[in-house]
Design a protein around this ligand. Sequence first.
Ligand code: HEM
Length: 212
Amino acid sequence: MAWFLGNLRYVAWTSVAIASLFLIFFAMGVGSWGFDTQAFWEAALRWLHVLTAIMWIGHLYYFNFTQIPNMPKIPDEQKPAVTKVIAPAALFWFRWGAMATLVTGVSLAFNQGYLLQAYTLGAVPFDGGVPFTDNKVILIGIGMWLATIMWFNVWFIIWPNQQKALNIDNKYPTLEASAKAAAGKTAMLFSRTNTFLSAPMLVAMTGASTLF
Ligand code: HEM
C-alpha cells in the first residue's frame, strides 16, 4: 500500500475519480438525473466548490494559525526553509484554490439562476418579483460579495506583495530590505483581514440553502 499512499498524485487523482463515480452512480443510477439536468450540475458544482474552498481557506488558516505565529520561534538561519520553500509552495495552492473557488461559486449561482439577483443583493428581482424581498438571494449575495472581496485580496494584494517580500521566482532581486518588510506587512494584514471575513462569509454561504 505504501507504493500508492507514498505518491500524492496517485492519492489525489484516485480520490477525485472515486468521488466522481459516486456522484455519477447516485445521480444517474439511484436518482434520475442525467448530464442534461440542472440538478446533476448543481451537485457536481457544489462538490467542486466546497473541495476547492477547502484548498483555499485551509491554506489561509495555515498561514494565520500556524506559519505566521511560529515564524519568530525559528532561528534566523533556518527561516529560509519556510520563506524559500514552504511559503511559495503554499501560496501556489492558496491562490489557485481561491481562483477555482470563485469560478465554481459563480458557476453555481449561474446554474441556479440567481447570479445577477445575488450580486445585486436582491436589487434586481426575479421576473415579477419585488426588489429586496428575497432573503435567500440577499444572504447568499452577502456571502458571495465577502468571498469575492477575499478573492480580490488574494490575487491583487497578498500575492503581489508576497512576491516582493519573498522574492518569489527572483522577480525582485534588488528590492531593499525595508521595502520587502513593508510588502510582507501588507500581505500579512490583508491575510488577517481575510481570516476576519471568513467566518461571517461562511455563515452567509452555508445558511442561504438551509434558512430559506
Ligand atoms: C469566491 C467567491 C464565492 C462565490 C461566488 C460563492 C458562491 C456560492 C454559491 C452560489 C453557493 C450555493 C448556495 C446555495 O444556493 O445553496 C455556495 C455555497 C457554498 N459555499 Fe461558496 N462561494 C464563494 C466562496 C466560498 C468560500 C471562500 C467558501 C469557503 C469555505 C465557500 C463555501 C461554501 C459552502 C460550504 C457552501 C454550501 C454548500 C452547500 O450548502 O451545499 N464558498 N457558494
